[in-house]
Design a protein around this ligand. Structure first.
Ligand SMILES: Cc1cc2nc3c(=O)[nH]c(=O)nc-3n(C[C@H](O)[C@H](O)[C@H](O)COP(=O)(O)OP(=O)(O)OC[C@H]3O[C@@H](n4cnc5c(N)ncnc54)[C@H](O)[C@@H]3O)c2cc1C
Length: 297
């Protein structure tokens, strides 16, 4: 394994959180390295329309522009999968399979990975007419024949919220029959159709037109919300014993987005916020704090 030079800050993940932090730190003339494995949730978003000054932009374009902007301020970007982080003698060691990197501070903005249900043709429509997040794409359901697929009470709550804000034409498909009777009554009162069963296959050409269930029922739809959440990309943090929130999933951070391990910052979904501008804002806040602490050092 090659030993590499010391960085002021190592950033894991070139999504909006990591790139925004890198742009700030690069503009303080700090020695900054981004390690990124490529892909990521932002890169999968085809149609982002809630970012200030961008009526519509793809996630890929945000990442491309962000990398270019960071590189223009001297930030180094390497491709690699981070497998572990450790801290000794006040310095962090960040490892990929090939290389170890040393840094005074670390920002982790590795986001998450969608849980995609096993439904035929889903990838053909993913991120266009099959989406996963109300804040990102709920608006696209406005006045459309809408379908929500999920497996919990939370999916029923989502259906009621979506009905209020976006579309009265709403069907909820639950893959398991776990819904209490009073919820079923409430859905009925709201005019939301409830189907319990297992989805099989989406039909449609460029956009989805219907969902076929395992029992052969066809449910017409124009927009689909797949509501199965996402896993965090945080395996490599396991050895650090970082404090978590009461949900036992997201990490506890202070107001500068520093974790319970001094000098290690977390942004985006890792600390519970799942939007481009929020992850970017958190990256900026973390970078400002690191600037101050580097001056103190
Ligand atoms: C289909 C879809 C549509 C969306 N639409 C919108 C929208 O319209 N508006 C909005 O605000 N948000 C949207 N989002 C949410 C948005 O993508 C997230 O809020 C955002 O990704 C969070 O940014 P991030 O920087 O934390 O993570 P990400 O964007 O996920 O970036 C994380 C990066 O870290 C890398 N990485 C992960 N693990 C490792 C590792 N071990 N080593 C090295 N690199 C690693 C990944 O490859 C990736 O490049 C959407 C998400 C999806 C999936």
């Amino acid at each position: 394994m090659a030993e590499k030079e010391l960085y002021d800050c190592i950033i894991v993940g070139a999504g909006p959180g990591g790139l925004q932090a890198a742009i700030y730190l690069g503009r303080y003339n700090r020695k900054v390295l981004i390690i990124d494995r490529g892909g990521g949730r932002t890169a999968h978003a085809k149609h982002i329309e809630n970012v200030l000054t961008q009526p519509v932009i793809s996630g890929k374009e945000i990442i491309r522009l962000g990398k270019e902007q960071a590189a223009n301020f001297g930030v180094s970007i390497v491709t690699g999968v981070v497998t572990s982080i450790s801290k000794a003698g006040g310095l962090f060691e960040v490892s990929t399979d090939e290389t170890k990197y040393s840094g005074s501070f670390v920002i982790v903005s590795t986001g998450g990975k969608e849980n995609i249900p096993d439904i035929g043709n889903i990838y053909r429509f993913f991120a266009s007419s099959v989406v996963t997040c109300i804040d990102c794409d709920g608006y696209l359901f406005t006045g459309r024949k809408s379908l929500i697929i999920g497996n919990s009470i939370k999916s029923a709550n989502l259906a009621m919220g979506m009905r209020e804000m976006f579309s009265k034409d709403m069907t909820l498909v639950l893959c398991t029959d776990k819904l209490p009777e009073d919820y079923k009554e409430e859905l009925k009162d709201e005019g939301i159709r409830l189907v319990i069963g297992r989805p099989k296959l989406f039909h449609g050409d460029s956009t989805v037109e219907s969902l076929e269930m395992q029992d052969g029922t066809l449910i017409p739809c124009e927009m689909v919300m797949s509501h199965f959440g996402f896993k965090l990309n945080d395996k490599f943090l396991a050895g650090l014993g970082l404090k978590k929130e009461s949900d036992n999933r997201t990490y506890s951070v202070n107001r500068h987005f520093e974790s319970s391990l001094s000098g290690l910052y977390l942004t985006g979904p890792l600390c519970g916020h799942d939007q481009v501008v929020i992850a970017a804002g958190e990256g900026a806040i973390a970078a400002l704090d690191i600037k101050k602490r580097l001056l103190e050092l």
